[in-house]
Design a protein around this ligand. Structure first.
Ligand code: AN7
Length: 343
């Protein structure tokens, strides 16, 4: 089967014109995978994992990036830039490569998962490592691109959210209707805003649970966090660009923001891989940790419900996190001892 991609499949719901290039790397159409043991502990009837790590560059960013880069190309852009905790830069680099646009990415020093940097480099983007965190990097590229001539590929680019809303359409299509509720990790808050827009466009209302890491939870505390910290580096963001839209999504959907400590993110990360067979990056386990926590705080609240957790990025994005959580490799054994070693 040839994968149509987001622009072709959802063209009637996207800002596509006859001059928009038919760009695709086969993004979208990601699976919903059942997680029965986690559903049991959350106390819901069904938990479905929307496995966004199966997008071409391994994260949900591809849905919006294909639209943003196609529109930049349509407008004649030659150079594009983004600030990123990693996944945006990998996605931007790949789509810019395919569209023939030069790409530059700005990442905060130290805290970007290696798989993501490797991708951006492989796709030919030049990386600028900025002293400071993601919030500093985003302000810098926003100021730079405001002067014109360079396309900005962060989710403050409205085409990004347009593309990302297609995940909501797919979920409704796959389940044959809206789920009872949806949980997702929140960093810069673009994705929660995009999902909400998707459901609203379908005339559907359901609670959206926006889960943040406890060390980077400005939407839970209601104030920016100057020094965000979490092992879920993708969502190590202290001042989300789409703050207002995210609060609107939470309020109008009847949902909630919640914070989960890193230990609970890691526990959910391990369970997703070991019990559901889905290896995601740490940030992507936050919504499952969040649902488990909300269920513990008010037992029975999800009874009978059909929930969806959005697993935003693939586990291979952050091999260091995976290795840090795994037991050490055992000593090598001679071939003659294999039977004993495998027992
Ligand atoms: C795996 O790549 O911000 O709330 O620069 O990579 O829409 O920001 C990544 C964010 C969740 C949060 N899960 O989404 C970036 C970046 C993963 C992510 C989020 C990100 P938003």
């Amino acid at each position: 089967m040839i994968r149509a991609g987001v622009l072709l499949r959802w063209r009637d719901r996207l800002p596509v014109t006859p001059r928009t290039p038919a760009l695709t790397l086969g993004e979208g159409d990601t699976p919903l995978v059942a997680a029965p043991t986690l559903a049991r502990d959350i106390g819901c009837a069904e938990l479905w994992l929307k496995v966004e790590g199966q997008n071409p560059t391994g994260s949900f960013k591809d849905r919006g990036m294909v639209v943003a880069v196609a529109k930049a190309s349509e407008a004649g852009a030659k150079l594009a830039v983004c600030a990123s905790t990693g996944n945006t830069s990998a996605s931007a680099a790949a789509y810019c490569a395919a569209a023939g646009i030069t790409c530059r990415v700005v990442v905060p020093e130290g805290k970007v998962a290696l798989g993501k940097l490797a991708q951006a480099l492989a796709h030919g983007a030049r990386i600028v490592v900025l002293r400071g965190n993601f919030d500093t990097a985003l302000s810098a590229v926003r100021a730079l691109t405001a002067r014109g001539g360079i396309a900005l590929l962060n989710s403050v680019n409205p085409y990004r959210l347009e593309g990302q809303k297609t995940a909501a359409f797919e979920i409704v299509e796959s389940l044959g209707g809206p789920p009872s509720g949806l949980a997702l990790p929140v960093g810069n808050a673009g994705n929660i805003s995009a999902y909400w827009r998707g459901f609203v466009e379908l005339g559907m209302q359901l609670p959206i649970y926006g889960i943040q890491a406890a060390g980077a939870a400005p939407l839970v505390s209601g104030a920016p966090v100057e020094h965000p910290e979490t092992l879920a580096t993708a969502i190590r963001i202290g001042n989300p660009a789409s703050w207002t839209l995210a609060v609107q999504a939470q309020r109008e959907s009847g949902g909630q923001f919640a914070a989960v400590p890193d230990e609970e993110i890691v526990a959910a990360y391990k369970r997703l891989a070991a019990e559901a067979g889905v290896f995601c990056e740490p940030a992507s386990a936050a919504p499952v940790a969040g649902l488990l926590r909300l269920a513990r705080e008010r037992p029975g609240r999800f009874a009978g419900q059909r929930l969806v957790a959005v697993l935003t990025g693939h586990g291979l994005k952050d091999p260091q996190a995976a290795i840090a959580q795994a037991p050490p490799l055992p000593e090598p054994v001679p071939a003659g001892s294999i039977e004993e070693a495998l027992r």
